[in-house]
Design a binder for this molecule. Structure first.
Ligand code: TPP
Ligand code: MG
Length: 371
């Protein structure tokens, strides 16, 4: 028996603007008027990020990636929140935020360097205001808190041009000490930070019942800032609540917690087999709440898109996936000496010594024989 109220459609606690049937509903507090062009743009993002993600899973299955953490099912949470960011905002992702990365305008090839094992990070956090992927669960929430406190100390909050920070994490991460410490610090220092929890209902094989006795968004109250739960499969609602929370943070109103209630449709990563711990009917029930399907139904319903448009988007996504595949397969392997680069800004004498010694060692392999 679950102690956590299941989030269903019509749940008054759940912010929703688009039902699974593609019906637009209004919300007294959170509503946004989207133009047809914006709606088509969001649909395009959802389809492309899903397609690129499927390509990545295929590449891993073919031995071209060491690992992949799929975003399948979480496209709306990522695209909605990702498109709500303003240019000046800073992002701290986990290892699954490929959709946010895409919306940030970052080359989708970037995370593949990490998952192919040809680079340790492969991202300059300053270039697009998007930190490196973090695999240590919850650690990025503390990094984000420190960064956001710095933003406030630099006087960059308090106006429309203010900077806000968003930290992504999962339902499982909410049990980590790091996340709870981040809540304390962000709360008492009024940091301009949006905690964006994608509750995909699993921490590998562990369910929500093993993480919490209350809905996660309610935790925020204990730390002294507001929290809300949004339908994580509704791209419009995810956009609306994130936009508002970021704007409140940039104006100096402090942190907010958004719990995007969604479902991990795929495996935890390509190393996982979810059929070992969950039943098919549960997955099927969530297929009916698919984030892409509901937006497509809505676009159809209001006549904002036709079959030609849906076909074009599918073709475009397929083209992007083929291009990505080709680029992944031609990523250069690193040279052994590269491991000494970027260790320190100013190299230490000990490292120089090690570098020289390793170079001499490698030289003994010249000619292909090592005796
Ligand atoms: C500090 C730490 N402990 C354990 C792990 C192993 N681990 C990797 S993913 C994961 C579950 C995370 O679940 P959640 O926060 O819900 O994120 P999701 O994978 O569902 O997106 C765990 C325990 C880790 N990477 N780091
Ligand atoms: Mg999870």
């Amino acid at each position: 028996m679950s102690n956590v109220p299941a989030s269903t459609d019509g749940d008054p606690e759940l912010v929703q603007l688009l039902t699974p049937d593609g019906e637009r509903v209004s919300h007294p507090e959170y509503d946004v008027d989207f133009t047809d062009e914006q709606l088509r743009g969001l649909y395009r993002d959802l389809v492309v990020v899903r397609k690129l993600d499927a390509e990545a899973t295929a590449l891993q299955r073919q031995g071209e990636l060491a690992l992949w953490a799929s975003l399948l099912g979480q496209e709306a949470a990522q695209v909605g929140s990702g498109r709500a960011l303003r240019d000046q905002d800073m992002v701290f992702p986990t290892y699954r935020e490929h959709g946010v990365l895409y919306c940030r305008g970052i080359d989708p090839l970037k995370p593949f360097r990490l998952f192919r094992g040809v680079e340790h990070g492969g991202l300059d956090p300053h270039e697009n205001k998007f930190n490196m992927y973090t695999i240590v669960i919850g650690a990025q929430t503390l990094h984000a808190t420190g960064y956001a406190m710095g933003v406030a100390m630099d006087g960059k909050v308090g106006s429309d041009d203010g900077e806000a920070v968003i930290a992504y994490f999962g339902d499982g991460a909410s049990s980590q000490g790091d996340v709870n410490e981040a809540f304390v610090w962000a709360g008492v220092f009024n940091a301009p930070l949006v905690f964006f929890c994608q509750n995909n209902q699993y921490a590998i094989s562990e369910t929500n019942e093993r993480q919490t006795r209350v809905p996660l968004y309610q935790r925020a109250a204990g730390f002294g800032f507001p929290g809300l739960r949004v339908d994580g499969n509704d791209v419009l609602a995810c956009y609306a609540v994130t936009r508002r929370a970021l704007d409140e943070a940039r104006h100096g109103q402090g942190p907010r917690l958004i719990e995007a209630f969604t479902y991990r449709m795929g495996a935890h990563t390509t190393s996982d087999d979810p059929t070992r711990y969950r039943i098919a009917s549960e997955v099927e029930a969530w297929q009916a709440k698919d984030p892409i399907l509901r937006l497509r139904r809505y676009l159809d319903r209001i006549g904002a898109a036709d079959d030609a448009f849906f076909g074009e988007i599918a073709d475009e996504a397929a083209r992007e996936a083929v291009e990505l595949r080709e680029r992944v397969l031609t990523l250069p392997d690193p040279q052994p000496m590269d491991m000494f680069d970027h260790v320190y800004v100013d190299e230490s004498p000990v490292l120089t010594e090690q570098r020289d010694e390793f170079a001499r060692y490698l030289a003994t392999f010249e000619g292909g024989h090592h005796s």
